[in-house]
Design a protein around this ligand. Sequence first.
Ligand SMILES: Cc1cc2nc3c(=O)[nH]c(=O)nc-3n(C[C@H](O)[C@H](O)[C@H](O)COP(=O)(O)OP(=O)(O)OC[C@H]3O[C@@H](n4cnc5c(N)ncnc54)[C@H](O)[C@@H]3O)c2cc1C
Length: 422
Amino acid sequence: MKEINAIDFQSEVLNGGRVVVDFYSTECAPCEALAPKFDAMAELYGEKIKFFKIFRQGNRDLATELGVSSSPTLLFFDQGKQVTDSISGGIKKSEIIERLDSMLSPEEIIEIKANQKATVSEYDVAILGGGPAGLTAGIYLGQAKVKTVIIDPALPGGYMAITHQVSNYPGFVEAQPGFMLAHFMGEQAKHTGIDLKVAVDVTSVDLVKKEIVIDELETIRAKKIIIATGTSPNTMNAPGEKEYKGKGISYCATCDAKYFGDKDVTVIGGGNSAVEEALFITKFAKKVTMVHQFDKLTANQTAIDTLKSNEKIHVLYEHEPRNFEKVNGKMVATLENLKTKELVKLESDGVFVFIGFKANVGILGDTLPAMDKWGYIITDEDMHTNLPDVYAIGDIISKKYRQITTAVADGTIAAITISKEL
Ligand SMILES: Cc1cc2nc3c(=O)[nH]c(=O)nc-3n(C[C@H](O)[C@H](O)[C@H](O)COP(=O)(O)OP(=O)(O)OC[C@H]3O[C@@H](n4cnc5c(N)ncnc54)[C@H](O)[C@@H]3O)c2cc1C
């Protein structure tokens, strides 16, 4: 795997046979999570397909020319022509494999897969999710000498890793960059001697058998499972949203806001994360238009006051997106005025979406723990779910307040409970 730039692009990619290119940025948690997966793929497929990385900030014109407007983005080429669709954002190993395999013959695929071996390992506790909840449980279990593994498709840290400033985590006078808190929590967990299997694909989970398969070949068996998989951003399900995800529509301000220097940006949402992220985007953009469905913002009052004193931000109340399209390189959102039903067009250079979250229960298999009506897992005060030896902690559980401190508290309680039960 080699780092190249725009000058090498012609010789290495356009004249280079079968090639995959990773456009990455700095301060981009999904880019960091992709890096070890990309390295692993390069090791496996490297003899048949060339793997290159291009630093997007340093090669902006080339990225724009190729339609790359989100980090990371993977592009696939054969004989100078782009083949298969590009992928961006939180990229899974299986998504890369699917595209690489489509570039090879069946014989070549069999040859490559023959190098992979299945394994089985046993633990006392398997923790699904390495955000603040899972990492804290890992720290306490590691210190209690309980054989523990944390499994995560991304790198350790969860949402902390993509929060630019955390000002309310106790112990720090000044606001801390979220990725530093994530880094230190991850290192502290590793230091206790537990295993971290991160940047992996979670293939399947069986909460009854207590069996988790990762990367299709590695089976992990545990006496107890802690679910700490957090939440994912809601999508709007408006036509054009899927098509322009990573190509004009983004869900991560820390990853993509820096590319909107002196540009116009649209932010969809009006809760705490929308307001906080809109404020962050104004560090770069010249104008931010927030589109909110209600007649007032639903964020906390301090955040609203800061937003109102920021001249770069304008709020369009009682409007909802109905469609997204790209016209002459600009994103055009069609918005419905919820009062008059009138449709209006809003043009900008990019759209960011922050409209709430849903619990990540999708991968947990056929037998799921009991959940509340919003799909969050119900636990007792010791973090037991209704399934034997299955616990849940952090943002995924049914509770009132979702913060780093409350996630850390849940992780502590589950780990102490388990240490006493084992
Ligand atoms: C933009 C933003 C700003 C915020 N700012 C603050 C703040 O300033 N202060 C504060 O206290 N809180 C803040 N929060 C809230 C806080 O980040 C969360 O409450 C906290 O991170 C929840 O921790 P968690 O470990 O439960 O979940 P997460 O942090 O969401 O971590 C969940 C982890 O599980 C992993 N995962 C997902 N699916 C699977 C799977 N199938 N198998 C295994 N692992 C999986 C994810 O990759 C992730 O690493 C903010 C949240 C957002 C979105």
